[in-house]
Design a binder for this molecule. Structure first.
Ligand SMILES: Cc1ncc(COP(=O)(O)O)c(C=O)c1O
Length: 401
């Protein structure tokens, strides 16, 4: 198929729900992507925080290749080694007793929500309400869209799943007041609101969320779908905040590009799921598990995490240099999940478009924030080249706007 045919078919035969760039990608290597016209791009989006090892990582490819020759899928009615390996990797030394494997971030959050309700159901208490934050993002299923504290994702699909209360992010008092409700069964938060423009929780906020939920015996769920798997320089970004939640959800980076999600829980809460309480046909699929094991074996070390943080700090330093443009704000984020807010006089989407012309893939999230989530193997040279190109692009805006 040529470029025009591909575009024509996708635009007219797929649901028209995505705003796609008019570029058709064919191949990737390291942090570079190539399109049908042979153009090269350095990827600072990583498939939206997914391709943590870049493209063509030898160990990841080998793990998937060799597993698909052996056993591509088997049902959860049998035991299987790759799943056991992944469960071990996710629970050993993490403080979580059990992991439920699924296929996406939304499914991981659905599992967390069901687990928290089941926990109180088993206690014979009718607690069912969740507190989530305004501007959060937790997925696109009906319940996770409801959990998402942004009406645009849920309003057209009413009636929604009952039982969600929204509080302003980073507002301890509001959380405290919402927790006075006796029917609250869990608090669900991100450490950094990625989709809303890389907005980090303050340390005080997450500490207070942990303390308040602990005092009331209510599970704290941390959604690490975007921030987990070393994106922020730790397996779980909550480790940077010195807290330990009861439930955590992962997806995106976990399979390094292969779809997989996971919901992990501490023993006390995990025990609420008994045989038949939850399930998934593809969850824990051997191919996906082999991919995730290959990812974790390469990224899950202190040295790798420290390197991610070092590169993230280097990146933020270079972005700070762009504050010479009055419309560029202070860079924020942790590790290699970084946002550069722009004031509204410059359209971040246009900046991202122009960056494609310079050979760099970046993205605009939230109200107007440039978001960077490159493969974790990105080099300092590539970071410098991107920030230099961004400087050139922003200078055009400062002349014309
Ligand atoms: C924090 C967070 N939670 C959940 C999701 C949903 O994940 P998925 O698209 O894999 O269902 C996302 C996706 O962007 C996310 O960023």
């Amino acid at each position: 198929m040529d470029f025009d045919e591909i575009v024509q078919i996708q635009d007219n035969r797929g649901f028209d729900v995505f705003s796609r760039n008019r570029i058709c990608l064919t191949y990737g290597e390291g942090c570079k992507l190539y399109d049908t016209e042979g153009r090269q791009y350095i990827d600072f989006m990583g498939g939206i925080a997914v391709n943590c090892l870049g493209y063509g990582n030898a160990k990841l490819v080998e793990a998937i290749e060799s597993q698909c020759r052996k056993l591509m899928h088997c049902s959860n009615l049998f035991y299987e080694e790759q799943q056991a390996r992944l469960l071990k990797a996710l629970t050993e030394g993490t403080g979580f007793a059990r992991a439920f494997l699924c296929n996406s971030g939304a499914e991981a959050n659905e599992a967390a929500i069901k687990l928290a309700r089941k926990y109180y159901h088993d206690k014979g208490q009718g607690k069912y309400r969740f507190i989530t934050a305004l501007n959060s993002f937790h997925g696109r299923t009906l319940t996770t869209a409801t959990a998402t504290g942004q009406e645009k994702y849920s309003k057209p699909y009413a009636p929604l799943t009952p039982g969600f209360i929204y509080v302003p992010f980073n507002d301890i008092k509001a959380l405290e007041e919402a927790l006075l409700d006796d029917e609250v069964c869990a608090v669900m938060l991100e450490t950094i609101q990625g989709e809303s423009g890389v907005i980090p929780a303050t340390k005080e906020y997450l500490e207070a969320a942990r303390k308040l939920t602990e005092e009331r015996g209510i599970p704290l769920i941390i959604d690490e779908v975007q921030t987990g798997v070393m994106r922020c320089g730790r397996l779980f970004s909550f480790q940077l905040y010195g807290i330990m939640p009861d439930i955590v959800t992962l997806a995106k980076g976990l399979g390094g590009g292969f779809p997989i999600g996971a919901m992990l829980a501490v023993e006390k809460v995990a025990d609420a799921f008994k045989k038949g309480d939850h399930g998934s046909t593809f969850g824990g699929n051997p191919l996906a598990c082999a991919a995730a094991v290959a990812v974790l074996s390469q990224v899950n070390s202190v040295a790798f995490g420290d390197e991610v943080r070092r590169k993230g700090d280097f990146f933020k330093e270079l972005l700070k240099g762009l504050s010479k443009y009055p419309f560029a704000g202070e860079p924020r984020g942790e590790g290699l999940l970084i946002g550069l807010p722009l004031s509204l006089e410059v359209d971040g989407k246009k900046v991202a478009e122009k960056m494609l012309g310079e050979g760099f893939i970046i993205n605009c999230a939230g109200s107007n924030t440039l978001r960077f989530a490159p493969p974790l193997i990105i080099s300092e040279g590539e970071i410098s080249a991107m920030t230099a190109a961004l400087d050139r692009v922003l200078s055009q805006f400062s002349k014309t706007e």
